[in-house]
Design a protein around this ligand. Structure first.
Ligand SMILES: [Zn+2]
Length: 55
């Protein structure tokens, strides 16, 4: 099981992950992949509900 810290500081970016939205200029940097997915899903749900429903 992958564990990751919550609320910690990013360690100089070496384990940071990033992703842009396919549907707009939204862009996100997170310190772990699970957190990134969570944020991207939240963005889709808020801004592109039709796209979110298809995933
Ligand atoms: Zn978007």
């Amino acid at each position: 099981m992958v564990t990751y810290r919550r609320g910690g500081h990013v360690r100089n970016g070496d384990d940071a992950v990033e992703r842009g939205c396919e549907h707009c200029d939204w862009h996100c940097v997170a310190e772990s992949y699970p957190e990134l997915i969570e944020r991207y899903q939240a963005h889709l749900r808020a801004e592109h509900p039709k796209a979110w429903l298809r995933t």
